[in-house]
Design a protein around this ligand. Structure first.
Ligand code: NAP
Length: 332
């Protein structure tokens, strides 16, 4: 028998935002499914130590993800593995298309996060997975006693660079400006670390290697214009990411900021009625686990309130623009 895929709420993406939305929707007893293409956790799965999630002095990303997933499951939310390909409006409902079929929902909470950005330089794609990486936790252990470079000046770059010192004997952080975007505490930790060297006002212009493995990168000083080689066997790229908003037919119809992140109101409602955005996919000042779970809480509570209001709303009277249609009004 064909599975009934009609839900009150469909949540797309099981990172911290999606898992939190699932928790709140589940606790409110609305019929909810959480769609995720991989393992639950999102970027938590690429984060080693988390020290800025209240209530935990320190917890690993995968452990926090597991706890969040278990908690949401406890309240009856179904987690299904599905790759979403499109979101379309059908009357007052939302049709969510996946590679394995369609789901119909009153409300969609989009918590699909984003993809890491690439430098777009020669050799980057060629050596992807053979020295070039976007995940220190996944690949760091392959670089024991080797020299590696990290590109970027944000929280991720600084945090991951220090993490890589567990394995590598030397970690260069290459940043295109003098000032770092990262939190001061992370910059200080990197600066103080004996295995870390900061190289500012510099970009990486090429990755080269031998026998299919990275052996060298080319650095360019953006002030002097001079180039020089740097011998490293790993290049970790942490230069931000692009939001996963490719599900909409006509992107111009959903309001987004210049980087593509979705603009919402204070209830996390996007410019498309019935579609909320929460977490990294949303345009906002910062993208933290704490802000993701906050956004998701607001979105789920608002969706639940709207579902309640719909349930108690009087059945709409058909409106006939050309005259009364209600029998009691006919002839009056
Ligand atoms: P981000 O904050 O957007 O930083 C990206 C960095 O990469 C910036 O320093 C940027 O330089 C640089 N960059 C961008 N494009 C580049 C290019 N083509 N070539 C060279 N450098 C380039 O991204 P993120 O570090 O991934 O962090 C994303 C969000 O997650 C942030 O809100 C961050 O706070 C959060 N996060 C938090 C934690 C934590 O709190 N523990 C950990 C990880 C991430 P410019 O500065 O010159 O633009």
């Amino acid at each position: 028998m064909e599975k009934d895929r009609r839900y009150d709420v469909v949540i797309i993406g099981a990172g911290p935002a999606g898992l939190t939305a699932a928790l709140y929707a589940g606790r409110a007893r609305v019929k909810t499914v959480l769609l995720e293409r991989g393992a639950p956790g999102g970027q938590l799965l690429n984060t080693e130590a988390i020290e800025d999630y209240p209530g935990f002095d320190q917890i690993t990303g995968p452990e926090l993800a597991q706890r969040m997933a278990d908690q949401a499951a406890k309240f009856g939310v179904q987690l299904e593995t599905a790759r979403v390909t499109g979101i379309h409006r059908r009357g007052d409902k939302q049709l969510v298309q996946t590679e394995d079929g369609e789901y119909l929902a009153d409300y969609v909470i989009l918590t699909a996060g984003g993809e890491p950005l690439k430098l777009g330089i020669p050799g980057e794609s060629e050596f992807q997975g053979r020295g070039v990486s976007q995940c220190a936790v996944c690949d760091g252990a392959f670089f024991k006693e080797e020299e590696v470079a990290v590109v970027g000046g944000g929280d991720a770059a600084l945090e991951e660079a220090v993490f890589l010192t567990r394995f590598a004997k030397k970690v260069y952080i290459i940043h295109r400006r003098e000032q770092f975007r990262a939190q001061a505490i992370l910059v200080e930790a990197a600066r103080k670390h004996p295995k870390v060297e900061l190289i500012t006002n510099t970009v990486v212009t090429e990755v080269t290697g031998e026998e299919g493995q990275v052996k060298e990168i080319t650095l360019k000083d953006v002030v002097s214009g001079q180039t020089r080689p740097l011998k490293v066997t790993g290049l970790f790229v942490f230069i931000g990411f692009q939001p996963n908003v490719q599900f909409f037919d006509h992107r111009e119809h959903v309001e987004h900021d210049p980087l593509g992140f979705l603009v919402t109101d204070s209830t996390m409602q996007t410019s498309l009625p019935g579609i909320y955005a929460a977490g990294d996919v949303r345009s906002q000042l910062t993208r933290q686990i704490t802000t993701a779970v906050g956004d998701a809480t607001t979105a789920a509570i608002d969706a639940v309130k709207k579902l309640e209001a719909k349930k108690h709303a009087p059945t709409p009277v058909p409106v006939d623009l050309y005259g009364p249609t209600r029998p009691d009004l006919v002839g009056s």
